[in-house]
Structures are given as C-alpha cells and as structure tokens.
Design a protein around this ligand. Sequence first.
Ligand SMILES: CC(C)(COP(=O)(O)OP(=O)(O)OC[C@H]1O[C@@H](n2cnc3c(N)ncnc32)[C@H](O)[C@@H]1OP(=O)(O)O)[C@@H](O)C(=O)NCCC(=O)NCCS
Length: 215
Amino acid sequence: MPLILNKMIENESQLLVWETTENQEDIEFLIQNPFSIAAALKNIHNPKRIREKLITTLLLHRALQTNNPIELEYDDFGKPFLKSFPIKLSVSHSANYVCILLSPDKIPGIDIEIIRTRIEKLAEKFISPKEFGELEQSHPIEHMHVIWGAKETMYKIYGKKGVDFKENMSIEPFQYLEKGQIIGRIQMKNFGKEMDIHYEKISNCMLTWGLLEND
Ligand SMILES: CC(C)(COP(=O)(O)OP(=O)(O)OC[C@H]1O[C@@H](n2cnc3c(N)ncnc32)[C@H](O)[C@@H]1OP(=O)(O)O)[C@@H](O)C(=O)NCCC(=O)NCCS
C-alpha cells in the first residue's frame, strides 16, 4: 500500500500520490467506511475505474483524517467537489497512480501522467509553434510532459469547457530540471490568469500542480 508522496504545500494545502498495487477487496478494507465505498462505486463497472475511485476515496479519508462518510460529487463540467467538507480538491490518475490536491481556500489543479515517448505524436495538439521553438533538445519528452501537465492543471483550475490548449494557454520558456516551477497563462473571454505551476518527476510519471488564489 504505497503512499509515495504526502506533502503539505504552503502550510495548508495537501498533495498525496498513491501507487496502486492492491485489488478492490484490499482497498475497501483500507477505507473501512461502507458509505464511502458505496458512494465511490456508484455507477462504476470498469475494474481500473473502480480502483481509481476507491483509491481517491482512501486518499481523501487519509488527508481529511476522518471516518465520516465521504462522497465525491461533480459539477456540470465534471469538476469534483465535496459537499460535506469545507475543502476544494483536484484529482488525477495515470496507469496505477492516483493523486489528489486539497486546499481550504485556493483553487487546486493537479495532473499525473506516465512519461511516454508517444506524447510526441500528440504534441502538435497542445503545444503552440512558439512553445515548440523553446523545447529543450536534451529532454524533449519530459519537456513536453511538463507543458501537457501544466495545461491540464490550468484546465482543471478553470474547470469549464471550451479551452483550446494552444490558443488559450501558454507556458513561459523554462529549463527542464527533475523538479521545478514554471509560469502558465490562461486567457478565456471572461477569465484570464497567470499562475505558478509546479512540476516534479516522480517514479516514471510527471506530476504537475497549481493553486490559484480565490478572488
Ligand atoms: C477532463 C480531463 C481534464 C481529464 O484529464 P485526463 O488526463 O483524461 O485524466 P486525469 O486522470 O488527469 O483527470 C481526471 C479527473 O479530472 C477531474 N475533472 C474532470 N473534469 C473536470 C473539470 N471540468 N474541472 C476540473 N477537474 C475535472 C475529475 O476529478 C477526474 O477524475 P475522476 O473522474 O476520477 O474524479 C481531460 O480529459 C480534458 O477534458 N481535457 C481538456 C480538453 C482537452 O481534451 N483538450 C485536448 C487538448 S490536446
């Protein structure tokens, strides 16, 4: 049962990453709360989806340190929220990794993605020509993953549809390191923000996250 990352950010936000090795029964045993388990399993049938939803619930119980029932709900755009707890959250999963970012007052966004060379084939869909020109030739795959994760993170913070990843979002040029902080921008008709996005290579994944001041 590997919780591979559990850290506080800016003293109040919490980021957790779990690498799933357990089967459904093991995860349910770890959660121990029948209501939370039933809520996580509602209308879900795919075994991978079941594990993702259960691990998300387990991470929420751990982070919130509660045995009270937890039910993750979604707004009309698919953005998750918790009705019974005064906390905002963001969720991501890739392969057997699941992560959550929780914040009491900022708007969180998180993304995790297994690092794969096939990102090169998708890159044209989300990297602008300017960003392509700034890609580092020594780590192109990792560099692309940071851009992808940063834009997914901003998308989840914004939370609504209609975002064009090349037209409405941009990433300031950066030098790729295994861990770092970059600047991202999102410009929609009624919403424009510049945000600090953090990234970290963890295991064989790229993890990105951001916290936007709620104004
Ligand atoms: C919804 C989306 C963000 C999911 O991303 P993904 O990489 O497939 O999956 P992730 O595991 O990182 O994230 C999934 C989680 O995002 C969250 N999510 C879904 N819609 C969301 C929204 N509108 N706002 C915030 N979070 C959202 C959910 O919590 C979901 O997990 P859950 O269903 O288990 O609770 C993504 O598919 C999407 O729509 N992206 C933007 C549009 C796009 O596809 N652009 C393509 C440019 S190339």
